[in-house]
Design a protein around this ligand. Sequence first.
Ligand code: ADP
Length: 441
Amino acid sequence: MKLKSKQSKITRRQQFKLFLSIMAAFAVLFLTLGLIIFNLFQSSTYKSIDKDIRNQVVSIQKQPNMKKQVEPDPHDPNNHFNNNVNKPNPKAPFQASILVFNKKGKLLNKSSLGNRYSVLKNINLNKNNVNLKQTLVVNNMNFRSILIKVSKKNNNPMYAGNYVLIMQNIDTQIQAIENFERILIITFFLFWVIALVISYFLARINMLPIIKSWQQQTEFVNDAAHELRTPLTIIQGKLEYMLTKPNKKIIDEAEAISVSLDEVNRLNSLTNNLLVLARSDSATTNLKFELTKPEFFLKDPIVPFKDIINSQSKVFQINLNDNPTLNLDRDKIKQLLIILLDNATKYTPKNGTIKIYDQVEGSKYQFIVSDTGVGVADSDKRKIFGRFYRVDKSRNTNSGGHGLGLAIAQQIVNVHHGNIFVRDNLPHGSEFVVELPIKHH
Ligand code: ADP
């Protein structure tokens, strides 16, 4: 229990770390994306403003020849501000203002500015800024501007030889950029939260099998250590006892020695089994699959069992009739058979019958090891295939089991894409059914 809570604490900490790193990764991702989008938007807005200004510069510098001075110039951008009769220059944007300074910095077109003059009068001429694009702030209003020096040859006497400051109010654009920024921040924050929620659940779902197998592994190691400790303690006890009797002959302590030897044997088989399980867990076993028939992988390996089972005053019947082709590792199936037949003899009293028979069920080949022994309770029918599971611990300790045999059997069947289960053998005993896929040509 204590171990479990410690484990879940560790996994929770791991999950939290994973979550934090995902959070950071998403934040960086969204931030970069946001900055890129924002910069693109901002620069495209400024580009379009600058394009408008450039158009104005061009229209001022290339004033067409005028016939009469008195005639209002349709291309004079100032005209459409004050004079509604004239056609406005289609290229001149509505928010544009034009300030004309003479060399001394005196504002020349005061009258054409109308009520804008009160705002724009504070702007002074700075000859150093010629041809520089600038953003000016006047009375809390934002202007994108450029100062040009118009050549004396310009046909418009208003501009000729003077400095012209073209200013475009960009308050709406700045407002739009600010709005866009706000929307971007809100949307990205929202999506960041959504991405986090999704990734949290994804992380949990992905972690589940890892956590499960990790817990199983820890459990397995704990159980294995526990199983190893028991025989070791017994051997240690016996050896220490023998050390206290140094003058005795071996024959006097034969019992202690034989008990120790039994335990060593137990240790031996246990470590072998553990190795088998650990190897197949990490999938390091090389399987030798081959096409074969039951008479080779079933009949041949079980023949030697006949004598062993008979010598224990038990009956052994073989009833194999089907002969389909299967793709399997014969050594592994032999190991499986030994586990099942070993169990059948272990849990069947004298005069009992152990039988092996087969049948074909659809595309599956089944062989069944049946006995007339103690049987398996319904509640244990699934559990006995688990590692270290023993129905009756005390009895099985006497019969030398560790509860690993059926776990190995299950693994062997799994790598063959088959199935193993236990059912009752009536009136008593149990039947272990192994199902293997038939290889069709
Ligand atoms: P063990 O080494 O204890 O036999 P197994 O994994 O082979 O370990 O079996 C697990 C448990 O299943 C056994 O402890 C036993 O209780 C039960 N079991 C296995 N085979 C049989 C059988 N033929 N009849 C009754 N019980 C069985």
